[in-house]
Write a protein that binds this ligand. Sequence first.
Ligand SMILES: *[C@@H]1O[C@H](CO)[C@@H](O)[C@H](O)[C@H]1NC(C)=O
Ligand SMILES: *[C@@H]1O[C@H](CO)[C@@H](O)[C@H](O)[C@H]1NC(C)=O
Ligand SMILES: *[C@@H]1O[C@H](CO)[C@@H](O)[C@H](O)[C@H]1NC(C)=O
Ligand SMILES: *[C@@H]1O[C@H](CO)[C@@H](O)[C@H](O)[C@H]1NC(C)=O
Ligand SMILES: *[C@@H]1O[C@H](CO)[C@@H](O)[C@H](O)[C@H]1NC(C)=O
Ligand SMILES: *[C@@H]1O[C@H](CO)[C@@H](O)[C@H](O)[C@H]1NC(C)=O
Ligand SMILES: *[C@@H]1O[C@H](CO)[C@@H](O)[C@H](O)[C@H]1NC(C)=O
Ligand SMILES: *[C@@H]1O[C@H](CO)[C@@H](O)[C@H](O)[C@H]1NC(C)=O
Length: 476
Amino acid sequence: MARAPTESCGDTNISDWSFCSPKLFVYILVTCVILLILFQIQYLDSPGSPSSSSPSWPLNHSWNAGSQESPNCSHELLALAEKLSDAVTFLPLKDLRYAQTAHQGHTWFMSSLYDTHVEGEVQYQQYPSAASRGRLLCIKGRDTHDGARNSYALAWPNALPRNATVLTGLTFVSYNHYNYDNIWHGLSAMVPFVAWHLRDGQCAVPARWVLYHWGELRIKMGPWVKSLMQATFGGSVNIEEFGDSGDGVACFEEAVVTRHNEGGMSRERRLEVYNMMRCKAREYCNVRIEGRGLTVIGLTMLMRTGARSFRNESAVVGIFQRECGKIEGCRLTVAYADNLTFCQQVKLMSLTDILVSPHGAQLTNTFLMDKNSSVMEFFPKGWLKLAGVGQYVYHWIASWSGMKHEGAWRDPNGDDCPYPEDDHRCMPIYKNGRIGYNDTFFEEWARNVLMKVKTRKMEEALNKNTTLVLSGCACS
Ligand SMILES: *[C@@H]1O[C@H](CO)[C@@H](O)[C@H](O)[C@H]1NC(C)=O
Ligand SMILES: *[C@@H]1O[C@H](CO)[C@@H](O)[C@H](O)[C@H]1NC(C)=O
Ligand SMILES: *[C@@H]1O[C@H](CO)[C@@H](O)[C@H](O)[C@H]1NC(C)=O
Ligand SMILES: *[C@@H]1O[C@H](CO)[C@@H](O)[C@H](O)[C@H]1NC(C)=O
Ligand SMILES: *[C@@H]1O[C@H](CO)[C@@H](O)[C@H](O)[C@H]1NC(C)=O
Ligand SMILES: *[C@@H]1O[C@H](CO)[C@@H](O)[C@H](O)[C@H]1NC(C)=O
Ligand SMILES: *[C@@H]1O[C@H](CO)[C@@H](O)[C@H](O)[C@H]1NC(C)=O
Ligand SMILES: *[C@@H]1O[C@H](CO)[C@@H](O)[C@H](O)[C@H]1NC(C)=O
């Protein structure tokens, strides 16, 4: 008898298996059916309604047994959470594998993470979020010299890395390929946060900022940039230095990361952002524009000293002064951006219809003028051929903020370069050259722009309701 199974279910032949398996199958099936019937009987016997879970069914017992073991079970969960904590993997903030494409695609900053990007909207990452599956962003990142020594990770709130400090509230984590001091580069890095704040962020205000450049921590913004952010978000700008978290890890209760400036944003979205910043800046600086009158034309010359200043400033001022004098209501102001406070710049721009200025960061103020205002830009010799697309940034900001860039004058004369003129080795010589002038050209240009602005303002005066619409800023 003991040999019977071996005889009937010989293991040498596959066909024997096919005879054996159905037999086994039938046994199992019968057992299952019997169990099911027993179960059904007990189930139907129970007094509760069939749809509600009955307390008298056999499983109740084992569930009970399970809950008695729960102290052990939660102990195991804790052990598991600790393992998860230990499994949090930190990667370098600056990924050298992408050094050649440092600010393309997912960039060399937090290279393993992807941005949320909806067509026409700002690109950003948010933690915790559905995309991070509820994980927080953690950073071990105090190094100010080598971004590859700083690192980041994602971790679940109940399995954070050991000794992590949780920084509460909302944190803005910024990546800037250039710097936070220059007002153009600083502003470019701020724009995506303002865009997020306006839409997805539903006017949420940051508790702190974490600033990176090439993965290196930065603890300062230029004063102009900082003031603009104070104005935009209200309250002080708190820049994280990670002083309290020792060498340890900081995890952010909520974080928004941006690394593509205004990249991806539609024209409409950019306009929204600049409108809001203009409005907030004027509010912050108590600038009142009433009483200025639509027939007044503000012509402002925003001057530089040193690099890219006019070689003969009085001559240039003289030309614009003469042309301004020929137009009724034209008021000329000559100012140096370097010795104006943020609010003085905001105020000056609110009185400016035509901004006359050499290429340089001070032109970032363009967006602070009333919409549809004009910009006239001046370049020293050599820029057109050698400076790359970066020379057009003030064309861009004019367009993004709803202004009119009236073109640029490029000095044909300048310092001599020992190499052929289009040799890139000439750029360092030309970069900070000074700017001359052309009487005839400047006169004609100034006259044309002044006429155009005068016509526009007269039309606006006729078409518009005289009552100024002083609606509040967005997110007020
Ligand atoms: C089934 O479990 C519940 C709670 O887990 C308990 O209140 C109930 O008495 C149990 N029923 C039986 C028959 O053990
Ligand atoms: C809990 O676990 C310990 C050891 O891991 C064991 O000795 C103990 O019997 C368990 N308690 C229960 C209620 O199962
Ligand atoms: C956590 O902090 C304690 C006390 O400061 C220290 O002894 C321990 O080494 C730290 N653990 C880690 C993983 O840093
Ligand atoms: C600047 O231009 C004015 C007017 O053309 C001229 O009189 C003056 O000499 C120039 N100054 C310098 C330093 O070249
Ligand atoms: C502003 O700067 C210019 C040039 O640097 C200087 O001549 C002038 O005195 C300054 N004005 C004030 C009010 O500081
Ligand atoms: C700017 O000009 C456009 C037409 O060129 C006009 O539709 C718009 O209303 C103007 N905006 C303001 C704020 O005056
Ligand atoms: C000055 O500008 C005028 C008008 O564009 C031009 O005809 C003239 O050649 C320019 N002069 C110099 C010296 O470049
Ligand atoms: C002027 O304002 C009134 C009331 O706010 C409005 O009904 C009217 O359409 C406006 N006119 C123009 C030309 O915008």
